[in-house]
Write a protein that binds this ligand. Structure first.
Ligand code: ATP
Length: 867
């Protein structure tokens, strides 16, 4: 092992056969073939067999297997067979659930794969982190995650947080100077370790180890990118289901004792009846089906470019009531073009599209120095291929390069020093040496840059900048100063600059964003813009995208003047926050939450992390966002697009609804099935549905109907309802009432049909067949009902349903027909053929049941709708 931390920079470059401007692409791809990708070995996941057998490890299954053995011993082979089928069906659902969940997580890991800025053939490129090889030169800035083990070549106020390796959460300062040979890992300040986070400054580093050869790879620590697949609600339901199961088992045991010794029923019959009750009553599939609903939600969001990083947030996303969003690149396209320049000589209009350096300046004039500043105080590169021009780096800087080339300026100068852009000081400065001598060029927010300039009419230029901003343009001021030294920093730049001019850039709103803002407003969600940009620009863009009150603006300095209570009062009515820095975001989140609002907040920089953490839903930008922001975010937007947030809210609401539907379906179904037997036993009546029939019903409906709800699409009108309040529980009183009502109706209908059949003089077996079919028909109608918890179920589109719904309905109908009419199955389940008229009667009972609960729902919705 080479001790890179101890060697000096030149020795390190020699040891990796590289140069300070990196490898050639050919050499990089040769090394990639030789050494393999920069990826940690994947954690071994359970194989499918293992996953399947793991499903048998739960209490319900033990009880069932025990029952199967007992019924087997009693030679009730049919019962044994059905019980075993229930066992396998359960295992199959669990297997499917975990498969779905794991697939969803794997897909998300792929989407979150980090990228790295690297020098290849002397040019800056953005590549997949996995494509790095030893010898590559990587560029890093604050917020980046270190993609491999690096030897620092150049550093500027660099520090990194290395907790994952050293456990030390205070950032460590870093510099290129070699350190002692035997320095421990945490003291090797000339190194950056893979998986750690750059918290401050910028650096250029040489890759010295990749993949499993990195320090993090050697200790075998793999960073869990995505949390476990559960949410508070699912955990709560899982817990509830366990306690309920235990309670049911105890109650069943009591029932068995009571029936045998008090009711004097034959033990084998009693035993089967009690097994039927227990299996029917335990909502064994509930947590699994809910997890499937979540996994489907996660996948649906991923398809819409919204990547859920923390599952619990999926419930929160559906109940968001305010979205605080960045402007640049989220509401706007971040495809900038310089359209106007203003210097002491006059105003110039610049034509041309995109980043192509072709266009005219009217009127003709000398913009040479302005263009030179724009080109030199710049970290971006333009790349033209077949007439298409793209930017590598910040789009705004790309636009400045295109502008400079339109003017005819492509200055060559050696860079000596830089003050990088920071959203707190809002300017950037570069010291270069070239034809014009040694010069500092500064660009930044006009208020800032004008302040540093000498000999100008400040008031005049502030007004000019303001007028440009009011047009929705992003305005930058440019300035220069001749230098003698070879270093610059923030303090030495505070005065004596020569003002060169202003440039105005358009950054049009995204059309999807305008539609999405409207959608959010319809959904009762207030959209607020929080931007570092000028108030004028922010107001103009806010009006273009359709925010509610674009003209009321709070600026960062105004926010500083308010205490928390005052801010909480102000914040609700204001939609535009301008000239803010990341620290303001945290206060804004807190102020909105103090108003009882559920807040989604976007962010991209390392300083946005606290606000993202505090927000109910923290949203990071997938493209321009830093790894630091992504790490704490609940949701990552793969396309940085505001419209994606609206899509995520929609999916979040769908998931919330589907979870409620699954619960609202499963609980009364279980209670109804079990209730039929329990009531009969307690009242000493003959069973309207035999135990083996209950097992059968539970088996076929459990693996079809409940599961179908996890696949429910978004209900119509989902985005025209107001958000549920902050902390509004998914398990509401209305849901509880629904469970009671439906259970009651199930019992009434099943006993009703059973009594009717006996009254007509039918045999007990036929009456039981009719009662069992009634139970299934009721469940199917209930399924159609529960699909529309907000709207009505009596519309054509509700009846038309979805392919999933009709597939399961058809499957169950076929199964019921078989069990009722196929002689072999009749023998097994003790059924008798039902006459057509009685069949129609049963369907009629189901329809009447639907009508009743639908009327009840409409009354309830109507009452809620009234003021
Ligand atoms: P948001 O993305 O939240 O809408 P923003 O990206 O416009 O905000 P910042 O990046 O903080 O906000 O930029 C604030 C201001 O700083 C800009 O309006 C501009 O005047 C100036 N600025 C931005 N980027 C640079 C840069 N690279 N160099 C110099 N000045 C810059």
């Amino acid at each position: 092992m080479t001790a890179f931390h101890h060697l000096d920079v030149a020795e390190c470059l020699a040891a990796t056969q590289s140069a300070s401007d990196g490898l050639t692409s050919a050499e990089a791809s040769r090394r990639l073939d030789e050494l393999g990708p920069n990826r940690l070995p994947a954690v071994r996941t359970r194989g499918p067999m293992r996953r399947f057998f793991d499903q048998f490890n739960n209490v319900l299954i033990y009880v069932l297997l025990g029952s199967a053995i007992i019924t087997g011993a009693m030679q009730h082979w049919v019962d044994t067979g059905v019980i075993l089928a229930v066992v396998f069906a359960n295992a199959a659902i669990g297997f499917l659930q975990e498969g779905k969940a794991e697939a969803a997580m794997v897909a998300i890991r792929k989407m979150l794969a980090p990228r790295a800025a690297v020098l290849r053939d002397g040019l800056r490129l953005s590549v997949d982190g996995a494509a790095l090889v030893p010898g590559d030169v990587v560029l890093l800035e604050a917020g980046d995650k270190v993609p491999a083990d690096l030897r620092i070549l150049v550093a500027r106020s660099l520090s990194a947080q290395e907790a994952i390796l050293t456990g030390e959460s205070v950032p460590v300062e870093k510099a290129p100077d070699p350190v002692a040979m035997d320095a421990p890992l945490g003291d090797r300040r000339s190194m950056l370790w893979s998986g750690t986070l750059v918290t401050h400054g910028s650096a250029r580093g040489l890759v010295v180890a990749t993949g499993a050869a990195t320090e993090i790879g050697r200790i075998g620590g793999l960073l869990a990118d995505v949390d476990e697949l559960t949410t508070p609600l699912v955990a709560q339901m899982d817990h509830f289901a366990r306690w309920l199961s235990l309670f049911i088992l105890l109650a069943s045991a009591l029932l068995l004792v009571h029936g045998t010794f008090v009711g004097h029923h034959a033990f084998p019959d009693m035993f089967m009846a009690v097994v039927g009750v227990a299996v029917a009553a335990i909502p064994e599939g509930l947590p699994a089906v809910m997890t499937i609903a979540l996994a489907i939600g996660v996948q649906a969001m991923a398809r819409r470019n919204a990547i859920v990083r923390r599952l619990p947030a999926i419930e929160a996303i559906g109940s968001v009531s305010v979205i605080c969003t960045d402007k640049t690149g989220t509401l706007t396209r971040n495809e900038m073009v310089v359209v106007v320049a203003e210097t002491p000589q006059g105003i110039f209009t610049i034509s041309g599209d995109g980043y192509a350096p072709e266009g005219t300046i009217t009127p003709a004039g000398d913009l040479g120095r302005l263009a030179c500043a724009a080109a030199l105080c710049n970290d971006a590169h333009l790349r033209g291929k077949d007439g298409r021009w793209t930017v590598e780096g910040d789009p705004m800087e790309g636009a400045l390069l295109a502008f400079a080339r339109k003017v005819g300026s492509q200055p060559a100068a050696r860079r000596l020093d830089t003050v990088p852009f920071d959203s707190r000081h809002r300017f950037m400065a570069v010291l270069t040496e070239g034809e014009g001598g040694r010069l500092t060029h500064v660009k930044g927010a006009p208020e800032r840059v004008l302040m540093m300039c000498a000999g100008i009419d400040l008031h005049h230029w502030h007004t000019r900048a303001e007028i440009m901003a009011r047009r929705g343009l992003r305005v930058l001021a440019l300035a220069e100063r001749a230098e003698t030294g070879i270093e610059i920093d923030e303090t030495t730049l505070q005065g004596g600059l020569t003002f060169l001019g202003l440039v105005g850039l358009i950054d049009p709103p995204r059309t999807e964003a305008i539609a999405a803002v409207a959608e959010c407003r319809a959904a009762g969600i207030r959209v607020k813009m929080i931007t570092g940009d000028h108030a004028g620009t922010a107001t103009a863009i806010a009006a273009q995208v359709g925010l509610q009150t674009p003209d009321r603006v709070l600026t960062g300095s105004e926010i500083d003047g308010l205490d928390d209570a005052e801010l909480a009062l102000e914040v609700a009515g204001v939609d535009v926050f301008a000239r803010t820095s990341p620290e303001h975001k945290l206060r804004l989140v807190a102020a909105l939450q103090a108003n009882g609002l559920s807040v989604a907040m976007t962010g991209d920089g390392v300083n946005d992390a606290p606000a993202l953490k505090r927000a109910d839903v923290g949203i990071a930008m997938g493209q321009k966002g830093s790894e630091a922001a992504k790490e704490v975010a609940d949701l990552v937007l793969a396309d940085d697009n505001f419209a994606t947030i609206a899509a995520a809210v929609r999916e979040g609401r769908t998931v919330r609804d589907n979870l409620r539907k699954v619960i609202g379906f499963e609980l009364p179904t279980s209670a109804g099935e079990a209730g039929v037997i329990v009531v009969a036993l307690l009242l000493g009546l003959s069973l309207p549905v035999t135990a083996v029939q209950i097992l059968w019903v539970n088996l076929i409906t459990g693996i079809t109907l409940g599961l179908a709800l996890a696949f429910e699409p978004t209900e119509a009108g989902t985005m025209s309802r107001p958000p549920p309040g902050r902390d509004a529980p998914i398990l509401s009183g209305a849901l509880g009432w629904h469970v009671v009502l439906v259970t009651g109706l199930f019992l009434a209908a099943v006993f009703g049909v059973f009594a009717y059949a006996l009254d007509r003089g039918y045999s007990l077996a036929l009456a039981q067949t009719m009662a069992m079919n009634t139970l299934v028909v009721l469940e199917i109608f209930h399924l159609f009902f529960i699909r529309n918890i907000h709207g009505t179920s009596l519309t054509w589109s509700a009846v038309r349903g979805t392919p999933v719904i009709w597939t399961v309905t058809a499957a169950i109908t076929a199964a019921q027909v078989a069990v009722t009419y196929v002689p072999l199955l009749q023998k097994v389940f003790g059924t008798e053929p039902v006459a057509l008229s009685d069949g129609l009667l049963i369907v009629g009972v189901g329809a009447a049941f639907l009508a009743l609960i639908e009327i009840e729902k409409q009354i309830r919705l109507g009452l809620r709708g009234r003021p």
